[in-house]
Ligand binder design. Structure first.
Ligand SMILES: NC(=O)c1ccc[n+]([C@@H]2O[C@H](COP(=O)([O-])OP(=O)(O)OC[C@H]3O[C@@H](n4cnc5c(N)ncnc54)[C@H](OP(=O)(O)O)[C@@H]3O)[C@@H](O)[C@H]2O)c1
Length: 354
């Protein structure tokens, strides 16, 4: 199969680095262009990037010359653009990429709630990709990766919604430093500390999962019909967002075993039969130990694409469920899901469905 030629915009940032790592030797994609700000453009990637991943930087990719976004926009010979830019910059560049007819997979928060733009967490809502058929205002196509916390939360809620229905969700997050990007939170503010506020985050967590978990029909996406109440906090953890969740179920559960079965059952997984390279075989890992999941120990499952759920507690009525969910914010919450979305697009495009 011919590979899609791809570009990563914002390639020197934290999410951009993970994109570069995942795309360096990918069977469906060939990494051809990388961009960064004017500070870095013109240099070889290896010289400009402050590479902080444990993954090795491939030699070939290290030699790629960094472009500015404007320089990239003068090139025609690529198919897919993965954007990992601050959202103000992304909004401008993504508009131009769409005018050029490119396929855009975007991590930035602009347009995530646009009714014509799919906000994809593929196991949960792969079918929303068919919204692309109604994107007729420009030549290209755009798909959004959810906010990191919303990606993790929506994946944990999907089996519960399918099996029991959901009336209400209350979530308190403990979010890693890497969620704020490479230059993120100054150490003087966060060492020996917790910050009980992340600008703009609670609004995203209260809205995005409802779009992701919504139903897709003739009238577009109907958001899931329950409210989410979120408190988001920053903690001194490097990678891995932890979320303490309370869910009011619509139908009663008999026991925590029934909840665990729902999480482990794969019937809710909308891409289970597609064998996409980045899809984890077990999207949800259930931890039965009392003191798990923990970011340092449990963010690694499924190469960072699986979430882990523990502390599962059901009240005596069987309607109030509490649990703790953890996921890698850079992989499941950003670049990994971005690559999975592009794989889904490539697969459906090959079959002529998109
Ligand atoms: N970190 C996460 O966990 C996470 C999760 C989900 C979504 N996101 C979203 O993904 C995007 C990237 O996040 P990040 O954490 O990777 O941020 P980051 O580490 O700060 O990286 C930002 C990237 O954008 C480039 N850039 C900054 N300003 C630019 C400009 N004016 N023009 C062109 N390029 C510019 C930077 O290039 P230089 O290196 O040259 O400055 C760098 O490559 C953001 O929209 C963020 O909200 C992040």
């Amino acid at each position: 199969m011919d590979k899609f030629r791809v570009a990563v915009l914002g390639a020197t940032g934290l999410v951009g680095q993970k994109f570069v790592s995942l795309l360096s030797s990918h069977k469906m994609f060939e990494l051809v262009y990388l961009t960064a700000s004017e500070r870095s453009a013109g240099k070889r990637y290896r010289e400009a990037v402050n590479w902080i991943l444990n993954d090795e930087l491939s030699e070939n990719v290290g030699e790629i010359r960094l472009y500015t976004n404007e320089e990239l926009l003068t090139r025609r010979d690529f198919d897919i653009a993965f954007t990992a830019l601050p959202s103000e910059e992304a909004e401008v560049v993504e508009s131009k990429l769409l005018e050029m007819g490119k396929v855009v997979v975007s991590n930035s928060s602009n347009w995530r709630m646009d009714p014509f733009i799919p906000l994809l967490n593929p196991e949960v809502n792969a079918d929303h990709i068919y919204l692309l058929r109604s994107q007729n205002n420009f030549k290209g196509k755009i798909m959004k990766v959810p906010n990191c916390t919303s990606a993790i939360l929506s994946l944990s809620l999907k089996p519960l919604m399918n099996r029991f229905g959901v009336r209400k969700v209350i979530v308190t997050t403990m979010q890693a430093l890497s969620g704020a990007g490479l230059t993120g939170v100054p150490s003087m503010f966060i060492v020996d500390n917790l910050i009980p506020y992340i600008q703009g985050e609670e609004e995203k967590v209260e809205n995005e999962p409802r779009k992701i978990l919504g139903s897709f029909g003739l009238k577009g996406i109907q958001p899931a019909g329950f409210e989410i109440f979120a408190t988001t906090t920053r903690v001194p953890v490097l990678y891995g967002h932890t979320e303490s969740v309370l869910v009011e179920l619509r139908d009663k559960a008999e026991s925590t075993e029934e909840i665990i079965q729902a999480f482990r059952d794969h019937s809710w997984n909308k891409i289970a039969d597609l064998s996409l390279p980045t899809a984890p075989s077990e999207p949800i890992i259930v931890k039965k130990e009392n003191d798990r999941p923990q970011p340092r120990l449990d963010r690694v499952y499924g190469n960072g694409m699986s979430i882990s759920i523990g502390r599962i507690r059901l009240d005596l009525t069987g309607s109030v469920l509490r649990y703790v969910v953890l996921g890698d914010n850079i992989i499941r919450g950003a670049a990994g899901t971005g690559v999975l979305i592009a794989e889904l697009y490539a697969e459906l495009n090959k079959k002529g469905k998109i």
